[in-house]
Design a protein around this ligand. Structure first.
Ligand code: TXA
Ligand code: MG
Length: 313
């Protein structure tokens, strides 16, 4: 995304004014669109939870303009975090780190850590620069639903006069990779386009996957998430035609999403949420999704598909 597609200076100014007034603003990032609020305004943060219908124990991700801002929000910046930030920011990586005393409990859901990232999308960067502070933003969708990768998706989710900055189609299309670092030990909490291997290469060490036994509960990792409204079912690679015939024979109307041999995970990931939204509207009673390859490059896509399917088990 090289240009500020549609998000001209007046739109950024209006968005900044809204944030300062404690209102919400939706904006594009390279991963998905976010529903933003002034991170230092607890009342504005509460509006995010209520508009999304999200439990207040599911913390939000804080977006900042540069790595220099970490020291305001983070109590203790581990060297490992600086290594990852230096390599991947601005970009689709979220770091969960010990919070500073300045961070609102509403933002962290009462946890002693804060999730933070520096997005790379030019509109997000322009907004953060003009606002001059942190913007807390979960994905701009109702709780449990598919994240928006286009401005029109956000408009479909929420009330009509919500300010939505235009930023074109998100380049990554899947939510950021999340790495938690407590006591100096990094763990992968959510797979994303930045792979476990890339992180391990930068750190020169292997990292664990999932919240450790001693870690705080990670609410966003609930199995049922990222789901369309139409029941979604995963079927084995190469079995789509037979599965489709079986479901049709039961009198169901079927929509399908194939993963042809040789598909590229980045291209598939970029299009996935828009495809699920489209298939959700074709009047099918079931969406059959062909399983994607088991290889690590597909981890993020496989994670989202299995959570979407889990919503209907
Ligand atoms: O790509 C993204 O990360 C997008 C864009 C808008 O930046 N945001 C996003 O936010 O996906 P959301 O709220 O849909 O997901 C935030 C995730 C949740 O899984 C939440 O549980 C986790 O971050 N999280 C936030 N704070 C945390 C913390 N202190 N400890 C552990 N997990 C945390
Ligand atoms: Mg989300």
């Amino acid at each position: 995304m090289s240009a500020l597609i549609g998000a001209a200076a007046p739109d950024i100014a209006a968005a900044v004014a809204a944030l300062r007034a404690g209102d919400l603003v939706a904006f594009p990032t390279e991963t998905v669109y976010g529903l933003g609020a002034d991170a230092r305004n607890p009342e504005a943060l509460r509006k995010v939870y209520s508009l999304k219908g999200r439990p207040t124990t599911h913390p939000l991700i804080l977006h900042v303009g540069s790595v220099d801002e970490l020291k305001y929000w983070v109590a203790d910046i581990p060297p490992v975090a600086l290594k990852l930030a230096g390599r991947f920011w601005p970009g689709p990586l979220t770091l969960v780190l010990p919070r500073s005393s300045q961070v609102s409990d509403v933002l962290t859901g009462g946890q002693n850590t804060v999730a933070i990232r520096v997005p790379s999308h030019p509109v997000a960067r322009a907004l953060l620069a003009a606002f001059g502070g942190g913007i807390a933003a979960p994905s701009a969708n109702r709780y449990g639903r598919v994240s928006p990768t286009r401005a029109v998706h956000v408009r479909e989710e929420f009330f009509e006069n919500l300010l939505v900055l235009e930023g074109g189609d998100c380049e990554v299309g899947l939510e950021s990779t999340i790495v938690i670092i407590v006591d100096g030990t990094p763990r992968l909490l959510r797979p994303g386009s930045i792979s476990r291997t890339e992180i391990e290469t930068v750190l020169g060490q292997s990292i664990e996957v999932g919240a450790g036994a001693g870690s705080p509960r990670v609410p966003g990792s609930t199995a049922k998430h990222y789901a369309p409204q139409t029941p979604l079912e995963l079927v084995g690679a190469g079995t789509l035609p037979t599965a489709e015939a079986t479901v049709r024979a039961r009198g169901e109307r079927v929509a399908t999403l194939a993963c042809p041999q040789g598909s590229d995970p980045a291209t598939y990931g970029r299009a996935l949420y828009a495809e699920l939204r489209r298939l959700d509207k074709v009047g099918a009673s079931r969406i059959l999704v062909e399983a994607v390859p088991e290889s690590p490059q597909w981890d993020a896509v496989r994670d989202r598909l299995s959570r979407a399917a889990a919503a209907f088990l």
